[in-house]
Design a protein around this ligand. Structure first.
Ligand code: HAM
Length: 411
């Protein structure tokens, strides 16, 4: 038998319902905040991710699913939504009509990481991008939006961490300082960090292996006045809105496009993959992709990780009616009745008319339906339906034209 790929999984009912219910809550909140849905392709030119997510990021250098198509084009399955959204913003000239765009995207992402609890190779993200607003209010708004979605969905026990990565003015001198510190301590770094010393020294700050000693000893970032003001204002707005957060000077995020505010929502409940959502400002990305100078901020959450910490289970839904044909004569009428009920939006099962009455009843029981509706020769003659309450075992005959009424009253 052919099996699914490692790190890829089937989502069966009722887990699938948990996804839908959560997405619906998120959609309602994002609607209220004025975000509009955008859907972008699952596959793009590989170059798009190299240019935006960044060549030195783990996502691009190690985790991308790439392929060459018949025309020799280098393609990649999207590992994240931001590059595709920015490309769509530029390609469709959205900035001409309205440079400020509040967008959201729900969809599956692909990363060839080593699968473990909370880490899949195909996973769902809900992604939000607030394009074109440099004001700290945009930073605060997207963070509050994320928190509101979690509160509405009864996600519990997470913490919010914040940092500022500075800008092209204050980051390069810091990078140099950190680089020389890392070079002096090269023998104490893990293999990964040694490898990326030159390419991306900041990443060593959140390295899981080295961070304990690095955290204390590494030089600290000194923000320029603009970045410091921006970061202070973001914190002020969050505090004024009653949000609790923690400053984490070692948070650097794994994608190359960030500057200024970065943040992560974390939960200890999901083990080592503790980030349930993350994001930040990407003020230079749109320009670096050939567009105008438009500062932006956004985040994405990992839906599987979020759902794994929601304790509340979705309410199970069972059919109200299960339609059974007692003999060949009843089949057409039973089929028509099923449709009538479904048209009236009554949850209806049935239709297994090749099976015996007994085995149809057994299936009705298994589906947890409340009523079995039986149509046979006798019912056809008297223009009625036998209604068996599968919970109490009681049975009665109901006139055929009263059946919808009966079911609506006795849900
Ligand atoms: P990210 O931190 O790479 O950011 O991913 C966001 C979230 O996706 C993570 O916090 C995690 O919950 C989830 N996630 C990532 N990898 C996996 C995986 N292998 N399995 C399950 N869940 C996973 C981004 O993707 C940025 N595009 C966020 C952003 C939008 N920044 C600005 N705008």
């Amino acid at each position: 038998m052919i099996k699914s790929l490692r790190g890829f999984r089937d989502i069966l009912y009722p887990e699938s319902k948990k996804f839908t219910e959560f997405e619906n809550i998120a959609r309602r909140v994002m609607d209220a905040f004025g975000y509009k849905e955008i859907r972008v392709p699952v596959m793009e030119q590989k170059e798009l991710f190299i240019k935006s997510t960044g060549e030195t990021s783990d996502i691009v250098s190690k985790e991308m699913y790439t392929l060459e198509d018949a025309g020799g084009r280098n393609l990649a399955l999207r590992p994240e939504a931001t590059p595709g959204i920015v490309r769509a913003y530029l390609e469709n000239g959205l900035y001409n009509t309205q440079p400020v765009q509040k967008l959201f995207c729900i969809g599956n992402m692909f990363r060839a990481e080593r699968p473990q609890k909370g880490r899949y190779r195909e996973f769902e993200q809900i992604d939000v991008e607030y394009i074109g607003n440099p004001n700290p209010s945009a930073d605060a708004e997207v963070i509050i939006l994320l928190d509101k979605i979690f509160k509405q969905a009864q996600v519990e026990g997470y913490t919010i961490e914040l940092n500022s990565l500075g800008c092209p003015k204050c980051r390069p001198p810091y990078r140099e300082k950190l680089l020389s510190f890392l070079k002096q301590n090269e023998d104490k770094l893990c293999e990964n960090c040694v490898e990326r010393i030159e390419k991306n020294p900041l990443r060593s700050l959140d390295c899981k292996t080295d961070k304990l000693w690095l955290r204390d000893k590494a030089p600290k970032m000194k923000l320029c006045l603009d970045c410091e003001n921006q970061f202070n204002q973001v914190q002020e707005l969050l505090t004024a809105s009653g949000l609790k957060f923690k400053f984490n000077p070692n948070m650097v995020r794994g994608l190359d496009y960030y500057s200024k505010t970065v943040f992560e929502f974390k939960s200890v409940e999901i083990g080592s993959q503790d980030a349930i959502a993350g994001g930040g400002r990407y003020d230079s990305l749109i320009k670096s992709m050939g567009g105008p100078d438009i500062p932006s901020i956004g985040w994405a959450m990992g839906v599987e990780r979020v759902l794994s910490i929601i304790k509340k289970e979705p309410k199970a839904v069972y059919p109200l009616a299960f339609v059974i044909s007692a003999d060949k004569e009843g089949q057409t009428r039973a089929f028509v009745m099923m449709q009538e009920l479904q048209n009236a939006e009554i949850q209806t099962g049935g239709g297994l008319f090749s099976q015996s009455l007994k085995s149809q009843m057994r299936v009705a029981d298994k589906t947890n339906a409340k009523y079995a509706l039986i149509l046979g020769e006798e019912e056809i003659k008297s223009n009625s339906v036998t209604v068996k309450n599968l919970k109490s075992g009681s049975q009665e005959k109901i006139a055929r034209d009263k059946i919808i009424n009966f079911l609506e009253k006795n849900k």
